[in-house]
Design a protein around this ligand. Structure first.
Ligand code: FAD
Length: 383
């Protein structure tokens, strides 16, 4: 497999790097402190085509592909993990899932707005009592004439209170467990019976909105069922294969940022009469951060390349390997970055502590690290 980026991918990487450094970096630290989200930044990213890589031109995308998408995501997340999240909300989790499972009408109606970020998206699986065990969800969707009526509560949903369009998972036949779940495209702001509430008590990712969604007799037209009734679990698992990849890209970005921040500080900081980068233990830490970041990127690109070769491939094994490794490497790198900065690493005035707080999310979202190992084990050892 060839891991050289082609000219188009390099151009998009360059464009994303410039956007991250020139537009996001100058406001990012202060915004994070103030827990401020800027919708206009996401719209700008949409205009630049960042969310259109997985989408063909006929639905408003640019078809640049999965490798292009993860390369762009890494650049953005390297500067701001918070603004790495919209790749899942606009593309990997939403538009790509509608592209894969939607009918023509749904594709035409929803994908262009998500790809351009004129409309914000989200996907809602998690509930207060249902995290890793998604089938234990309590939200129900009951047929009533030409509608489904949704009741229940979703929590820890990225974009919950800013999203226009949500892919909402609900049980249509609880007794059939994973064969009784369905997925709905919900116009969150136009449907009666839907309320949202932000979650403000987060460890990090302060510029990325997270919240709860409540459904109280919310009537969703039958034409908004995605795929077939009771096929939601399959859609959910295939969606997670895509969102995990994007999460791995964010983790690679944070791993790189941790290395860069630590290296720059170690070159500058002097103790015992010389820069601390001269000390073997510091060099050892930096070498490990670098090598694990390189390895994570290769695993990420391999899984993305497989998807470019066949957009409907279910490469759960390679995706989970990339997601697990990139997440663990990012947390380790950010932790070592804090260590290398000493007391300045413990200060919220320096980037190191934010990198560590944000990196922790990668071990949780889109399936925890334990769940990735479960997927890997099931794939290589049999269930
Ligand atoms: C910042 C952020 C953004 C998020 N965005 C979204 C979103 O947009 N949409 C959405 O639907 N959800 C979202 N989530 C929720 C996230 O997907 C869940 O938190 C995650 O799936 C884990 O679920 P849980 O927190 O309930 O943990 P639990 O499932 O309760 O797990 C608790 C612990 O038990 C372990 N565990 C559980 N089951 C097993 C097992 N079988 N074997 C071994 N260990 C196990 C886990 O690894 C973990 O360590 C988000 C979460 C965060 C933090």
């Amino acid at each position: 497999m060839d891991f050289e980026l082609n000219e188009e991918q390099k151009l998009m990487q360059d464009m994303a790097r410039r956007f991250a450094r020139e537009t996001i970096a100058p406001i990012s630290e202060k915004d994070e402190e103030e827990h401020k989200f800027r919708p206009e930044l996401v719209r700008q990213m949409g205009e630049l085509g960042f969310f259109g890589c997985l989408i063909p031109e006929e639905y408003g995308g640019n078809g640049a592909g999965e490798v292009a998408s993860v390369v762009i995501t890494e650049e953005i997340a390297c500067v701001s993990p918070s603004y790495g999240l919209p790749f899942n909300m606009q593309a990997h989790g939403t538009a790509k899932t509608i592209l894969r499972y939607g009918n023509e009408e749904q594709k035409k109606k929803y994908i262009p707005g998500l790809a351009s970020a004129e409309k914000f998206g989200c996907f809602a699986i998690t509930e207060p009592g249902a995290g890793s065990d998604v089938v234990s969800m309590l939200t129900t969707a009951v047929e009533d004439g030409d509608h489904f009526v949704l009741n229940g509560q979703k929590t820890w949903i990225s974009n919950a209170h800013v999203a226009d369009i949500g892919l909402v998972y609900a049980m249509t036949d609880k007794s059939r467990r994973h064969k009784g779940m369905s997925c709905f495209i919900v116009d969150l702001k136009e449907t009666d019976g839907i309320t949202t509430r932000p979650i403000e008590t987060k460890l990090g990712l302060y510029s990325a909105p997270t919240g709860e969604i409540f459904f109280e007799d919310a009537r969703v037209p039958k034409e908004n069922l995605l795929g077939e009734v009771n096929h939601g679990f399959k859609i959910c698992m295939s969606m997670l294969d895509n969102t995990r990849l994007s999460c791995a890209a964010r983790a690679v970005g944070v791993g790189r940022a941790s290395f860069e921040v630590a290296k720059e500080y170690a070159e500058d900081r002097k103790q015992f009469g010389k820069p601390i980068i001269k000390f073997p233990q510091i060099r050892d830490d930096l070498a490990e951060m670098y090598l694990e970041n390189q390895a994570a990127r290769l695993l990420l690109w391999r899984a993305a390349q497989q998807k470019d070769n066949d957009p409907n491939v279910r490469n759960s094994l390679e995706v989970s390997v990339a997601k697990y490794f990139a997440a663990e490497a990012a947390v380790k790198a950010a932790n070592d970055c804090v260590k290398i900065l000493g007391s300045y690493g413990f200060s919220t005035e320096y980037r190191a502590s934010r990198l560590l707080r944000d990196a922790k999310s990668f071990q949780i979202v889109e399936g925890t690290s334990n769940i990735q190992k479960l997927v890997i084990g099931n794939n290589i050892l049999g269930k």
